[in-house]
Write a new protein. Structure first.
Length: 291
């Protein structure tokens, strides 16, 4: 197995993995590391990348993917049923601390690290991010002269589309009104959110920033000058069952993944219809993290 690249990346973030030029002596734990993921192709690709590098180093991995939303899987993580999970700093911080005011990436990460339940650790934050954003069509933006969420305050009868849970999120209708003075009606569009936006069923949609359809369809992501959305970088959440050697391997994956990488991985899922396992493995090979 090829771990030289992993050792180099990990060393760059202050981890000591072994003698220079040699693979680190990973010590697999006796029990399987249970890795979870959201029911979201992008998150599953990241989780699969974790699984593959751990297996390559000799760890036994159990996959529990497509677990749904945080209300479902976070209790399982806290209960010790899941050992490792790719998360997003801002959204997870708001799950534990709904009143969080941090918005910058490093501040959000620091606040999250001190807000996790006992026994859980936020590993190294990745440069890759996939955060909530509000998007409109180019036609809507041009017709109404909007570039920012703040520009919506002068408009009436705006319909916001998104996952059902957006109705209760701090950055949903309540947050829009409190922070920007924007009043919206809400339509739970779920998996058809982007399609509903393009079809004109909703005027504005909550779309993850790494969704390739933003670029493919020419959607306009509205700027957020007041920080309604917290920065949401990819961050692995690990239990005490994930030992130091396994953590070093996962941190190296995080360090290697850029925001552009994540968009490109998502494009492969959407356009090429490849499995998370194929996409993750080919990316790891391209980064020198796997042979």
């Amino acid at each position: 197995m090829k771990l030289t690249r992993i050792a180099a990346v990990a060393a760059s973030i202050g981890l000591i993995l072994g003698v220079a030029g040699c693979a680190p002596s990973a010590v697999p734990s006796s029990e399987p590391i249970v890795i979870g993921s959201q029911a979201y192709y992008s998150n599953e690709i990241i989780a699969e990348a974790y699984a593959l590098v751990l297996e390559d180093a000799g760890f036994t991995v159990e996959r529990k993917f497509s677990l749904g939303q945080r209300d479902v899987y976070v209790p399982a993580i806290v209960a010790g049923e899941i050992d490792l999970f790719p998360e997003y700093t801002g959204n997870l911080l708001q799950f534990f601390v709904p009143t969080a005011t941090e918005t910058a990436a490093e501040d959000v990460y620091a606040a999250l690290a001190t807000s996790l339940p006992e026994g859980l650790t936020a590993l190294a934050m990745s440069p890759a991010s996939d955060q909530d954003s509000y998007n409109v069509t180019q036609e809507f933006a041009s017709a109404n002269g909007v570039e920012s969420i703040a520009d919506l305050a002068s408009l009436a009868d705006i319909t916001l589309g998104g996952a059902p849970e957006l109705a209760e999120r701090p950055y949903g209708p309540t947050g829009l009104l409190a922070m920007y003075g924007v009043t919206v009606s809400f339509e739970a569009t779920g998996d058809t959110t982007v399609e509903s936006l393009v079809a004109g069923i909703v005027d504005m949609a909550n779309v993850y920033s790494a969704d390739p359809r933003i670029q493919q369809l020419g959607l306009v992501t509205l700027s957020d000058p007041l920080g309604l959305f917290l920065a949401s970088n990819v961050v692995p959440i690990a239990s005490e069952a994930v030992n130091a050697d396994a953590r070093a391997l996962i941190d190296a994956v995080s360090a290697a993944m850029s925001a552009a990488d994540l968009v490109a991985l998502n494009v492969r899922s959407v356009d090429e219809k490849l499995s998370a396992a194929v996409i993750a493995r080919e990316w790891l090979v391209s980064e020198g993290l796997l042979d």
